[in-house]
Design a protein around this ligand. Structure first.
Ligand code: HPA
Ligand code: ZN
Length: 349
């Protein structure tokens, strides 16, 4: 009996160690969602923006959400302190420091241009601050990166088209477009034309779908927006044909366990569909979404889902490999990471 609990403690620590040790890519990360309350207060003070909370603790206490919309209301309010290029630089740098500590070697991050341009902040202030931090992290730590800009789906098509046009001079800094914000009532079909134009201009496409919205929104993202990845995709579980299509076409799902918990997409982590999807051969990945708001960065997401679903070391290895496979990086770079993952996994029981 004693021996059994001793060995299970060993196995548990192995899983946590392997998560730390493995190189990983993060593919579903809203940079505005990495704004920790401490930095939020610091930037608000220097920009003389008033916020309706007195202390970091008080603000953290407000991070209780019943659903996606509850979160978005606070997330957009938080982003309103960001005004200058330095603010976007500091925000991005703070995330990259964490990424480096967590052995994240490659990031594909989202930003929401309309959240800023609608407040009168110019597009170049946002993209330059973000990009400079990413370039410095690449120089310093070798973290490679790509940037996707998301259209806010609660806004209209015209606003998305204007945003795409504004982004064209910065094409070399933005690899693709995505779709985020309030999902229900804002189907991918609303953005079919702007995504077609984005593809014509050479952008890759991804979209949030099936977080709160129905499986049909995932079909629309695939068929109408021609996305290369689905962000979240939880509700694919309700449609067997969709599940087998995702598996057959190897369309990646960028899943976010802590986000799903905090926004009541799932009732408890043990209900999370990640393992069932892995078992069906779907290319699922683990990501942190908006870590400052959801209580954990990438490694914490791996840890909680590994524990809740009793994932094996081999399954953690598959998730790390999937993160590279689902990324935009070249085949040679992917191969290098697959080998690194295999070497690390082989050191664990
Ligand atoms: N879903 C939709 N929009 C978002 C999210 C999310 O999880 N995070 C930031 N914008
Ligand atoms: Zn997201």
């Amino acid at each position: 009996m004693v021996k059994l609990s001793y060995s299970s403690a060993l196995v548990k620590s192995s899983i946590y160690d392997v998560i730390k040790d493995l190189p990983k890519a993060e593919l579903h990360l809203h940079i505005e969602g990495t704004l920790e309350p401490e930095l939020l207060f610091q930037i608000a003070r220097r920009n003389q923006v008033s916020i309706p909370y007195q202390t970091v603790q008080e603000l953290r206490l407000a991070y209780k959400f019943n659903n996606l919309q509850d979160f978005l209301d606070i997330y957009y309010a938080g982003a309103s302190v960001l005004i200058h290029e330095q603010d976007f630089y500091d925000l991005t740098w703070a995330y990259l420091e964490r990424a480096y500590q967590q052995n994240i070697c490659h990031v594909e991050i989202f930003f929401d241009p309309q959240t800023h341009t609608d407040r009168g902040i110019s597009f170049d202030v946002v993209i330059n601050g973000i990009t400079k931090a990413l370039e410095n992290a690449q120089k310093r730590w070798g973290i490679t990166f790509h940037v996707f800009m998301c259209f806010l789906r609660h806004l209209d098509e015209i606003s998305a088209i204007k945003t795409l046009e504004t982004a064209l001079p910065y094409r070399s800094k933005i690899i693709g477009v995505g779709l985020d914000s309030s999902e229900n009532g804002h189907p991918p079909s609303k953005f079919e034309r702007v995504f077609a134009k984005a593809r014509q201009e050479g952008f890759l496409t991804v979209a949030h779908a099936g977080e709160e919205g129905p499986p049909n929104y995932i079909w629309q993202a695939l068929d109408l927006l021609k996305v290369m990845r689905i962000d979240h995709g939880n509700r694919a579980m309700e449609d067997e044909v969709l599940l087998s299509t995702l598996a057959k076409r190897q369309v990646p799902l960028t899943m976010c366990p802590l986000s799903n918990m905090k926004l009541n997409v799932i009732r408890q982590l043990t209900d999370h569909p990640l393992k069932k999807m892995l078992d069906k051969g779907i290319l699922v990945t683990v990501n942190s979404d908006d870590p400052a708001y959801f209580g954990g960065y990438l490694n914490e997401n791996y840890q909680v889902i590994a524990k809740a679903l009793n994932l094996s070391v081999a399954q953690i290895g598959i998730l790390a490999k999937n993160s590279f496979q689902a990324s935009v990086m070249g085949a040679d770079q992917k191969e290098q990471y697959f080998k690194q993952v295999d070497r690390i996994i082989s050191q664990y029981p």
